[in-house]
Write a protein that binds this ligand. Sequence first.
Ligand SMILES: Nc1ncnc2c1ncn2[C@@H]1O[C@H](COP(=O)(O)OP(=O)(O)OP(=O)(O)O)[C@@H](O)[C@H]1O
Ligand SMILES: [Mg+2]
Length: 511
Amino acid sequence: MAQRISLAVDGLVKNFGATQALRGVTMNVNEGSVHALLGHNGSGKSTLIKILAGYHVRDAGRIVIHDVALPREFASNVVHSAGVRFVHQDLGLVGNLTVAENLALRGNFERSRCGGISWARQKLATQLSLDRVGARCDPDQTISNLGPVDKTLLTIARAIQDIDVAQGILILDEPTARLPQSEVGRVLDLVRSLRDDGASIVLVTHRLEEVFEVADFVTVLQDGERIFADDITATTPEEIRSAIASNSSTRLAVSEVPPDQRVRSGAPALRVRGLQGLNIRDLDLELHAGEILAVTGTVGSGRSELGRLVYGLQPIVAGSIAVGDVAFTDHMDPKRARRLGLGYTPQERGAGLSMGDAIDDNVALPSMRRMLGALGVSKQRIGKMARSVVEDMSIRPADERLRVGLLSGGNQQKVSIGKWVKLSCVALILDEPLQGIDVGAKADIMAALRDQVTQRGGAILWIESDAELIPQYADRVIVLARGKIVGELAGNELNRKNLLYMLYADGSAAA
Ligand SMILES: Nc1ncnc2c1ncn2[C@@H]1O[C@H](COP(=O)(O)OP(=O)(O)OP(=O)(O)O)[C@@H](O)[C@H]1O
Ligand SMILES: [Mg+2]
């Protein structure tokens, strides 16, 4: 029996001025299936989704939902009433409201007999929704207190709360991009169970392992065109990887530091002694000039907290931090950290970027003070630096005058890292810098970071949860569990097998 198509996209075209974001894309999504939509940063995935959502108007092409063709221009409520639900790259939760309130905002409030909102019933409905998606949070909890995976599950709960899942079409734009590796499974379990209930799901992701875990069908976009489409059972990770990276100038991820050349011992760039924070306990650490040091560990290990403590975004309870030769035990603050030569990018996508400004203005921000100190800010110098950032990080479109807000999610991420790489920082702290970056561009970013440490004498503290990536690009790794260092690997010892063993050895780390 032929499978029924719930969503058909045919010959979709969309131009933004001179940018051809979609050039005749076709995609058919079967009922009760997971359809992975893949492609490099800027290939058009989010644009396709925003057209389906009624946010952008297509220039040409057809869209058919459950056998009904949509007019060229339609409002978002048209697709909404057809049972299509979206989870966009920015989750859109209201941080200072509770879980129940956030669910109620988009659904229908439970009413009492007198017509007022019945909070008791609302709470029960919320609990049922949370159970359905496997979220581990309380209806009364405030959103800002939730971890990233529960926020994601909650957004999905909110999306599906008022539809018949069996008829639903759920479109997920990188739901796992901001999640640590160990938590991704909870989202994939949910995707599988919704599919088994009959939902049609479009899943955008840059993580190929996920595709092979949950997807039934794969479509790959490249510069706005469909260049590959096949059943998951008929393809291989290698085939998909080369489809994604085929037209790019970028290298595929290859191990670029031979293991025997990894031992480095430059002057200490950063020294941490007896550091204590909320989770971090009595931590000692030395980062040397010329070194890329990865910090990993499962959720709650204190990975991100370490970065925040060192950069002064979170108060230190005890201990000392030294940047180069300058040591102190009182509170660091980001301004002082920058003055001492530290740089930092947080885990949240787009944080620290000014969306309304051009790429070159964003790149100039951290360096402005230095340039002022020298010969005054030269527009030419900023332009030159921005152009080389665009080139090194393969930012697309390759135009440093473009507003950052118009770039795709992954390209915005490249700008936020790129603004640090041309500076002579003593040490850079990067929290999950490769999230949402396509397979080809990861190698470019890591190559730019390698230049930072070899050519500019910098050092990098690379906070990373993906155990596949660390052996490819780091000189050394330390593994955290419950706020303490539980292991360290370098040189020939630093490989995937040893790292996974260390991460999951004591069983408690996976909690
Ligand atoms: N509103 C807009 N104005 C101008 N150009 C845009 C706009 N939105 C997207 N673009 C451009 O369209 C192209 C496709 O972007 P899109 O966001 O669809 O990529 P993507 O595949 O989702 O990438 P990523 O993996 O990085 O999220 C990019 O070149 C982007 O810069
Ligand atoms: Mg996108």
